[in-house]
Write a protein that binds this ligand. Structure first.
Ligand SMILES: Cc1ncc(COP(=O)(O)O)c(C=O)c1O
Length: 490
């Protein structure tokens, strides 16, 4: 195929050039109906390019195959057999992938470090999760992706399981041995789904960790808005092999998706693919060089530990994305939450992740010397002001065993059960009816159906007092928790 084409961008340009007069949504009609102040704030082009996908971008029957062609170009560019664009983030793509592998009451192996969107998928679908443990680094309080041996053991124990879902890279940039995971799945004739939300850039440079399709995964999900240059919500999921029927995957995505997809988001995905094919090696190569330089300069700072090398090895991760710069500031005695807030307020620099002991910055090919310098200045300033920033609530993080809760009910059954909102203290021993997720990174500490323990409540309560944010809990202070009514417990 001709990778210099960008069918969505070209169709959009033609639509605008030919001055169509739509009697269709969107009702702003290329901005003519939008308030001047809104157009001024967003820019006229946003409205000009916000058109209907069918009877706008393409004709009524999609005879120009604009979207189909853009997806084929994407699939070819990354060595997949099929690519599907989604305008609702990996949150939707990952659910589509799960539903194409398992249905209600069927079993799916899932790493317990999965993102909350995966848990939402379990709740909506009624899939029964067979949890596999991440590889915990107890000393550093960090979860790396599960070991392939754990997935193989889960297949051996659960002969009816339909497949496995692994998250790689994690939001901290650590990667699973995906080839070994794919082998484990394929030995049982089952598909591997990879939640590669943080890995949209991986196919486009050989100094980056292995891309899921190259490692033999069957379906993988990417958020192009995260490490790529797509607009927010732009996601692509990719398919290879014959373990998942593309028609099934497409119909499961259709079940969840909008009937009014944003052409702006499609256009962002189309443009990103062309940019990466034409220039990805140079752009990502420059980003990797910049990351190497930033890493070297950060590792010279007293009290700041540039995390990374210790993440990779036996019993830990298989690889690391060097564009995720993770700084452990625990020896400074400063909470990550506090450092991130201070950097935001004093340097107008927003950090990616903050937890009780780390802050992290994601670099992409959009960064350069000047943005890197701002990051370095901000981190140096944290070191210089450490005396002022110390203190705050100590977060009581349980050991890995203490963090794992027993699954007493299916996530779906607990979520839809009759519930009570009771104090966190009273909730100990009860079954949670809600997800409680420190965000970012978005890995739920408590899932619906899990039996709540005192160490996990203490972790969340001390976490919130220290600056942790749990936006999905009914009571985001976690002073009270939504639990399953006693007579509904399984
Ligand atoms: C591992 C993982 N999967 C899925 C998602 C959902 O992605 P999106 O924000 O594109 O919906 C996220 C978001 O942070 C994530 O970290």
């Amino acid at each position: 195929m001709d990778q210099s084409e960008a069918p969505v961008l070209e169709a959009l340009r033609d639509f605008r050039r030919q001055r169509f007069t739509p009697f269709t949504p969107p009702g702003h009609k290329q901005g003519r109906g939008a308030a001047r102040s809104t157009v001024d704030a967003l820019g006229a082009d946003v409205f000009g390019s916000d058109i209907l996908a069918i009877s706008g971008l393409d004709d009524r029957t999609s005879s120009h195959e604009v979207l189909a062609r853009a997806q084929q170009l994407m699939a070819e560019a990354v060595d997949a057999e099929h690519a599907f664009f989604s305008t609702c983030g990996s949150s939707l793509s990952v659910k589509s992938a799960m539903l194409s592998v398992a249905g209600p009451h069927e079993e799916l192996i899932v790493g317990r470090d999965a993102h909350k969107s995966v848990v939402s998928g379990l709740i909506l679908s009624g899939i029964r999760p067979i949890w596999v443990e991440p590889q915990w680094d107890a000393q550093r309080h960090l979860a790396h992706p599960p070991a392939p041996e754990s997935v193989a053991a889960a297949f051996a124990e659960h002969p009816d399981v339909r497949g496995a879902l692994i998250t790689s890279p994690t939001p901290y940039g650590t990667c699973a041995d995906l080839a070994a995971h794919a082998d484990a799945c394929h030995r049982y004739g089952r598909p591997l789904i990879v939640d590669e939300a943080w890995g949209a850039h991986l196919p486009f440079h050989d100094r980056l960790p292995t891309w899921a399709m190259d490692a033999g995964a069957d379906v993988c999900v990417t958020s192009v808005h995260k490490m790529g240059a797509g607009l927010e919500q732009g996601s692509v999921f990719h398919l290879r092999g014959d373990l998942i029927d593309p028609a099934v995957l497409s119909s499961r995505a259709d079940l969840l998706g909008t009937t009014s997809p944003s052409v702006l988001i499609y256009a962002g995905l189309d443009g990103w693919r062309r940019q990466m094919v034409q220039d990805g090696t140079r752009l990502l190569g420059d980003a990797l060089d910049l990351a190497r330089d930033v890493r070297a300069r950060l590792s010279d700072l007293d009290g700041v530990h540039l995390a990374g090398a210790e993440f990779v090895g036996p019993g830990r991760a298989a690889d690391l994305d060097p564009l995720q710069i993770v700084l452990d500031i625990s020896t400074l005695g400063v909470l990550g939450y506090r450092a991130a807030d201070w950097i935001y307020a004093n340097h107008r620099v927003s950090m990616h992740l903050a937890d009780h002991r780390r802050i992290s910055a994601q670099l992409t090919f959009a960064d350069d010397e000047s943005t890197a310098e701002r990051l370095l200045t901000a981190v140096r300033d944290v070191v210089e002001h450490a005396d002022q920033l110390r203190g705050g609530q100590r977060v009581e993080v349980p050991d890995p065993g203490g963090l794992r809760l027993a699954q007493a009910m299916l996530p779906r059954d607990a979520f839809f059960a009759r519930t009570e909102q009771i104090s966190a203290k009273q909730a100990v021993g009860r079954v949670s009816a809600e997800m409680i997720t420190p965000y970012p990174p978005g890995i739920p500490a408590i899932l619906p159906g899990e039996r709540i323990t005192e160490p996990v409540v203490r972790y969340l309560r001390t976490g919130v007092d220290a600056g942790m944010v749990c936006p999905d809990a009914v009571d985001s202070t976690v002073e009270s928790v939504r639990v399953v009514a006693t007579d509904e417990e399984a």
